[in-house]
Design a binder for this molecule. Structure first.
Ligand code: GLP
Length: 245
């Protein structure tokens, strides 16, 4: 657990840990980075862009794998996680859109969406695994969209969004009735296979989730607690998010 004293410091510490993780867990040939949406990692992405501009990093041939995607909106929708990642990550750090992989939230049957989810896990494996997975955490302890109750060994699959998550994300839509009810998310078991996990959380609203994830019991009621099972998990916080540790 690393605590920064300003948003800038949190972002810098997180970026340093992402770059060191890529060096440590990389295979020299292909960089594979796991990406998260949300406001928490935005400063981290800005720092990765600075590193790229200074020649300390290069994402021009990196493969990116997103954590999750909504079901029920097209991937061209401005609030889809594909579009969000194009705008907030690809266009910022220079990761090519052609290298961006996002779970597919569209399909005409549940079986079709689940088949794409299975193919997504297979694509991660085929790429040699995610070297560093960037994470935020939901106020209810969710990772990706693994809501409380998610199996600790789960794989990429369809999930129903918790009502707290839909309320939290309503700010991005024109009212809660437009927030999708379901999503496809990497499973907790999928996330645990990454070489390093770098989780960023800031603000008092995350303090309970962080305390439960870092110091609470390992339990499906706080999906973030799976970090305790990982041998190389880095949690970067500001003082407010760390205040209940
Ligand atoms: C969404 C995403 C999560 C993210 C969470 C927190 O629900 N699916 O991956 O961690 O929001 O978002 P924020 O960082 O904006 O608080």
């Amino acid at each position: 657990v690393l605590i920064g004293s300003s948003p800038e410091e949190v972002a810098r510490i997180a970026a340093d840990n992402v770059l060191a993780g890529l060096a440590e867990h990389g295979n020299g040939a292909q960089q594979v980075l796991g990406l998260a949406t949300g406001s928490s990692p935005l400063g981290l992405y800005r720092e990765l862009a600075v590193a790229a501009a200074q020649g300390r990093a290069d994402f021009s041939s990196t493969l990116g794998f997103a954590l999750d995607e909504y079901i029920g909106i097209p991937d061209t929708h401005e609030q889809s996680y594909r579009q969000t990642l194009v705008n907030e990550v690809c266009n910022v750090i220079g990761l090519p859109v052609s290298g961006l992989n996002v779970p597919k939230g569209t399909g005409s049957t549940v079986a079709e969406v689940q088949a794409s989810a299975d193919a997504y896990d297979a694509a991660i494996k085929a790429a040699g695994g995610i070297q560093v997975q960037i994470l935020g955490i939901g106020a209810n302890g969710h990772l990706g969209f693994n809501e409380p109750g998610s199996a600790l060994t789960s794989r990429t699959r369809i999930k129903r969004l918790a009502s707290k998550t839909r309320q939290d994300n309503a700010r991005f839509f024109d009212g809660i009735e437009h927030v999708p009810t379901h999503c496809v998310t990497q499973g907790l078991g999928t996330i645990l296979e990454a070489g390093r996990l770098v989780l960023v959380a800031t603000g008092a609203g995350k303090a309970d989730a962080i305390a439960a994830a870092v110091e609470g019991a390992l339990s499906a009621s706080c999906p973030g607690s799976v970090l305790q099972l990982h041998r190389d998990a880095v949690v970067v916080l500001d003082e407010a998010a760390a205040s209940k540790l």
